[in-house]
Each structure stands twice: as C-alpha cells, then as structure tokens.
Design a protein around this ligand. Structure first.
Ligand code: HSE
Length: 415
C-alpha cells in the first residue's frame, strides 16, 4: 500500500517541499521501501496552472479525516491556524513535520507531548538553520554531552543584509528587498530585522538542549535596524564585523541564559566569515568540544531539504514515537539580563563644546579601562569605546548617567 503525504501551505517552503520531493521521489521511495505519494496540497489561494493543481484543496478536514494520510508537512507558518491544525493532526495519530519556528518555540512542549501520547511524531528540523542539520545532531549525535553553550548566526535575511551593507555598501532597504526576492525573508520581515526570528530559533535550540521550554517573549532580543554605517566602520577599524548572534547556555546554578543581539565579532572568529544567507551554529559539548554546523539558513530548496528529510524520517517511524521532547517552562529558570556579563561597544555624541579628552577621562573613571576606537573622518564630538566585561546592570547604570551629558548612539555587545 502507498503512504500518503499532505502539505499545508504552498508558499516558498511548501512549493519547494513538493518540488524536491517529486524530483527525488524514486530515491525516496527506494529508501522507505514502499510507495509514497503527495495526495493533498492545502492552500487558500488558487494555483490553476500548477502541475499539482489536481492535488490542491482548501478544506483542512479532508486531510484530517483521510486515514491514508500518514504525514503532514505544516509549512503555513504562524501560531494560530497552524497550532489548531497541528494539534488536531497529532491527536489523530498523524505525524507532522514543520519549518514553523514560531509554533515550535511557543508550543513545542505541548505538541511534542501530544505526539508522544498518540504514538506519532512532531519533527522540526527545518525550523532552525534552514537546510543545516542541527536539531537531530543535538538530540541524537550529541546526546552523550552536557551542552555548555550554543551560539549561532541564525537568521539568513539579516546576515544577507549585513553582508551587503558591509561588503557592497548597499542600503539597508535595497538589501532587504533582495532578500525578499530570494525568498529568505519572513512574510513580515520585521520578524527578521528585529531579531524575533533568531530569538525563536535560539529558544528552540535551548529548549532542546536544556529540556525546558524557553519562552521567546521572556528573553532579551534586539535586531539590526538601529545599526549605522558609523558602527560598521568603527568595528572594521578595530578588527571586528557586526553579526546578529543568538546565544544560549546553562549557568552553574542551573539557570538558562539566552539572548539575541547584534555583536561585534572578531575577524579571527569563524562567525566573521559566515556571509550572505549562510548560518553557522556552534554547539559546545563537554565531550565533543566545539562542533560547528554551517550551511544555507533560508531559501526555498535548502529549507525544503530539511522538511523532506523529516517526512522520510516520519514515514520510516510510522507507529513509533522518536522520543524528542522537552518540559514546559519553569518559573525563575531564566537568568535576568541585568545579571549577564558582557563587554560592550558604545558610541556617543557630545555637544560641540565637549572636549574628547575630557570625555575620555570622565568615562574611564566610570567604566575602568576602556579601549577607544577610531574611524576615518570621525567628527570631533563623537567618541566610541569598548568597555571591560561587566554586569549589564552596571553598564546600563553608567550609560544612564552618561545620557545626562551625551547622546548614546549605539550599544553593541562583543561576542
Ligand atoms: N526568514 C528566515 C531567515 C527564514 O531569514 O533566516 C529561515 O528560517
């Protein structure tokens, strides 16, 4: 008997999933050992010219109630319809595979529990890092390690924009437009630009590594929209590039520290060479040391590659729960941002009458030993420096005091 698949959502990832599945169907069928077919594609839009027009439906209940459908790819995104669909499918014993990081980050604990209760699977390799294998390596290959830290460039769109701004002096708006044309950006690119997408991804990785749901709304998240060319120039002269980085780790007293923010990345650090739509994720385990995963973090076929891989895995595990899960979040499990320790780059502007030398000595007496930065054509009233490593609450207190006399233009953490 042939196994049937349904795809919910025929956007960039959905159409890529169908395309890749059909291209490699012969090999997929051979690997699974039985015939497999995409029976339905659900989308509210019409695609009369599509070669798959005969599979297009608009009623979710057709998929839910068809006993032949074993696996459903939910690639519609969002956390409302997708949540209701996924829950109903899992409760019906159908496995669901997804690229929907918003849903996994918000409801992963619950949906994984439902999958376990109904002896099916909820797989989400495509939710982090596009085509890069990272979810399975963490819960399978690296399962023998205590994960000390995971750090990553997790958003293809912002990495693409930063690369174009830094290397080609392209404007932010033009680079974003190009990322959208390439199918990298979210439907609402604010989620990319403001770090929300990367935040969901670091929460998924942290939940997986530390076994407790990390709520994306509860961790610090800032994006790249306030980064200026001045900051890029100071970074460059000082030997850094600016990247949007997510970091999650467990502290010695068992709290989870997680955040997403732009970072000054040393040009000698491997992340500084991760450009365009590429993502890189470094997992530090107490056995393996650093293991780095690198590849295309967004785009139609790279993301489809992970979705189709999950479809195959779900078909191969028909009737068996694979066992990936994490618990609901706990109160007080997160380290507050104020307690995080960082070294930060700060750029300030004084009034024209402020003397740079006076500012330098006043700031040094507050922060301790500062590294002052230069850039070509630095205006006389502008000062940029890197602080020593200190608690964020101390940095913030100092910056609040400084803000009475100078304007704080930028604050970017050092990786
Ligand atoms: N918008 C996301 C990105 C897509 O740019 O990384 C892949 O999750």
């Amino acid at each position: 008997m042939s196994s049937k698949i349904a795809v919910i959502g025929y956007g960039v990832v959905g159409s890529g999933t169908v395309e890749l599945f059909e291209t490699n169907k012969e090999q997929i069928v051979k690997g699974i050992g039985r015939d497999v077919e995409i029976k339905y594609i659900l989308d509210l839009k019409d695609f009369p010219d599509s070669p798959y027009a005969d599979k297009m439906i608009k009623d979710f209940n057709i998929i839910l109630n068809d006993p032949e459908v074993e696996v459903v790819a939910e690639v519609v995104g969002g956390a409302t319809f997708a949540y209701n669909y996924t829950k109903a499918l899992l409760e019906n014993g159908k496995s669901v595979v997804t690229s929907n990081k918003e849903l996994v980050a918000r409801k992963g604990a619950e949906l994984l529990r439902i999958a376990k209760e109904h002896n099916c699977n909820y797989l989400f390799e495509a939710s982090v890092g596009g085509g890069i294998p990272i979810i399975r390596p963490i819960y399978k290959c690296l399962a023998g390690n205590k994960i000390e830290e995971i750090a990553g460039i997790l958003n293809g769109t912002t990495n693409f924009i930063l690369t174009k701004m830094i290397r080609e002096q392209m404007s932010f708006e033009d680079a974003l437009k190009l990322a959208q044309e390439n199918g990298y950006a979210e439907a609402d690119p604010t989620a990319d630009v403001e770090g929300i997408d990367a935040c969901r991804k670091i929460c998924i990785l942290g939940s997986l590594a530390y076994g407790r749901q990390i709520d994306p709304d509860k961790i610090h998240c800032s994006g790249i929209s306030r980064i200026k060319m001045e900051d890029v120039e100071y970074a460059d002269v000082a030997g850094y590039v600016i990247k949007l980085v997510g970091v999650v780790r467990e502290t010695e007293d068992g709290k989870v520290s997680a955040m997403v923010s732009p970072r000054f990345v040393d040009k000698k650090h491997m992340f500084s060479h991760v450009d365009d739509v590429y993502n890189a994720i470094c997992v530090k385990g107490n056995g393996v040391g650093d293991a780095v995963f690198y590849g295309r973090g967004a785009g139609k076929l790279p993301t489809a590659s992970a979705v189709v891989g999950d479809i195959i895995d779900a078909l191969k595990h028909k009737g068996t729960h694979i066992g990936v899960s994490w618990a609901e979040s706990e109160a007080d499990m997160l380290l507050s941002r104020a307690e995080e320790e960082s070294s930060v780059y700060v750029r300030v502007k004084g009034s024209n009458s402020d003397s740079i030398e006076n500012m330098k000595s006043a700031f040094s007496s507050m922060f301790g030993k500062l590294i002052f930065l230069e850039r070509a054509n630095r205006p006389d009233n502008e000062l940029a420096f890197i602080t020593p490593k200190m608690k964020e609450k101390e940095i913030d207190n100092n910056l609040t005091i400084l803000s009475h006399t100078v304007s704080i233009e930028s604050k970017i953490r050092i990786l």
